[in-house]
Design a protein around this ligand. Structure first.
Ligand SMILES: Cc1cc2nc3c(=O)[nH]c(=O)nc-3n(C[C@H](O)[C@H](O)[C@H](O)COP(=O)(O)O)c2cc1C
Length: 175
C-alpha cells in the first residue's frame, strides 16, 4: 500500500503519563509482542498485530530518515531514542518518545528488538519535532524516493553536526 492510500483522520489521541507502550520484534521488525497499552491506543486486537511488520502503524507523515537512523543504530547494536508519530487502526495518531534497544542472547548476539514508549513533552513535539519532521518529510516527497531520503538524511545529519550532537543526544536533550 502506498503512503498516500493510508487513511488518516488528523485526530490526535493520548495515553497516560504513567503508561508505557511496549512492543518487541524479531530481527526483521515483525511484531512478536505487544502490551495492552499498545493494543488499546493503536486500536488492534493482539492477533491482528502479532507477526505483522511494525510499519503497520507507520504514519505517512513520519520522515523515513528517522527510521533509517533507527535501523542503523539497532543493526550496529546501539539503542536509540526517537520521537515517533504512530497511526492507529482508525487513522487517528499519537506521539511517543520511544526507547528502542536490541535484545541480546547469553552469547551477546542480537536476537530481536524491544521498544518502550512514553508520553513525550508537548512543547518538544509542538516546537521542535513537528517543524523538523515537516521539513524532512517535504524533502522526502520532493524527489524520487531514493533522492528524497538522501536529502532528508543529509539535512538531519547537517543539523546534528551544527549542534555538535548525536541523534540520541539531541532527542534526550529534549526529553
Ligand atoms: C522494536 C521496534 C519498534 C518499532 N516501532 C515502530 C513504531 O512504533 N512505529 C513505526 O512507524 N515504526 C516502528 N518501527 C520501525 C518499523 O520497523 C519500520 O522501519 C518503519 O515503520 C518504517 O517503515 P518502512 O521501513 O516500511 O518504511 C519499529 C522497529 C522496531 C525494530
Amino acid at each position: 500500500m502506498s503512503d498516500r492510500a493510508l487513511p488518516v483522520t488528523g485526530v490526535e489521541v493520548y495515553f497516560g503519563d504513567d503508561e508505557i507502550i511496549v512492543s518487541k520484534t524479531d530481527l526483521k521488525g515483525y511484531i512478536t509482542y505487544a502490551n495492552d497499552v499498545f493494543l488499546n491506543i493503536a486500536g488492534y486486537a493482539e492477533d491482528e498485530v502479532l507477526g505483522q511488520p511494525h510499519s503497520m502503524i507507520r504514519h505517512p507523515d513520519m520522515p523515513r530518515a528517522v527510521f533509517k537512523l533507527l535501523w542503523e543504530h539497532l543493526k550496529s547494536g546501539e539503542e536509540i531514542f526517537a520521537y515517533v508519530m504512530n497511526r492507529a487502526k482508525n487513522g487517528d495518531h499519537y506521539w511517543v518518545l520511544a526507547h528502542v534497544t536490541p535484545s541480546l542472547d547469553a552469547a551477546g548476539t542480537i536476537v530481536g528488538y524491544h521498544s518502550n514508549r512514553r508520553v513525550p513533552k508537548r512543547d518538544t513535539i509542538n516546537n521542535v519535532i513537528i517543524p523538523l519532521y515537516k521539513q524532512l518529510r517535504a524533502l522526502e516527497m520532493s524527489g524520487d524516493r531514493k533522492a528524497g531520503l538522501e536529502a532528508s538524511s543529509a539535512k538531519l545529519e547537517a543539523m546534528l553536526k551544527e549542534k555538535g550532537m548525536t541523534a540520541n543526544q539531541l532527542f534526550l536533550s529534549l526529553a
